[in-house]
Design a protein around this ligand. Structure first.
Ligand code: FEO
Length: 170
């Protein structure tokens, strides 16, 4: 049975995951306006991933006998100075998510909630990938700098990303 404290913390994380989704949807709009459809596609996939994360937490709360709730969600930032800045913000955002997941795991340990710890393990692994993919794109953007052709090549690469929910994932 989910403790009230852990339930409240997971509900707060559901709201943060939806805020993450809005953040990336707003970045998609920025890239669409910049005529960079591949970057926009990458952000759309990121948006879908965040909704998947929110739903995974939501399903867990319901399955664990708790009460999921939809808390207020703040609006997203809509403008960026450059593709590099957008991805720097992406990495900082994901670092914050990683820190939040770590705190949820600490709480699950304090509460001796073994099922929640197993559920959170998936997110801990996921965050390694989230930070790595944003970091790699930052390094590529730093190499490209003001080279328009390099930016268009990177745009083509990011156009290949597709959303694939993990097999058997809730
Ligand atoms: Fe839901 Fe990008 O972490």
């Amino acid at each position: 049975m989910l403790s009230q404290k852990l339930q409240d913390a997971i509900n707060d994380q559901i709201a943060f995951e939806i805020y993450s989704a809005l953040t990336y949807k707003a970045m998609q709009a920025y890239f669409e306006a910049e005529d960079l459809p591949g970057f926009a596609n990458w952000m759309d996939v990121q948006y879908q991933e965040e909704l998947f994360h929110a739903n995974k937490f939501f399903t867990y709360v319901c399955d664990a006998g708790g009460r999921a709730s939809m808390l207020p969600i703040q609006g997203a930032r809509n403008d960026y100075a450059s593709p590099l800045e957008a991805f720097q913000v992406t990495l900082e955002h994901e670092q914050e998510v990683t820190s939040r997941i770590g705190k949820l795991m600490d709480l699950a340990r304090q509460e001796n909630d073994h099922a929640a710890q197993i559920m959170l393990q998936w997110f801990i692994t996921e965050q390694v990938e989230e930070e790595a993919s944003a970091g790699l794109i930052i390094r590529k953007l730093q190499r490209v700098e003001d080279d328009g052709r390099g930016l268009l090549m990177l745009d083509q690469e990011l156009a290949q990303r597709v959303f694939t929910p993990p097999a058997g994932a809730a």
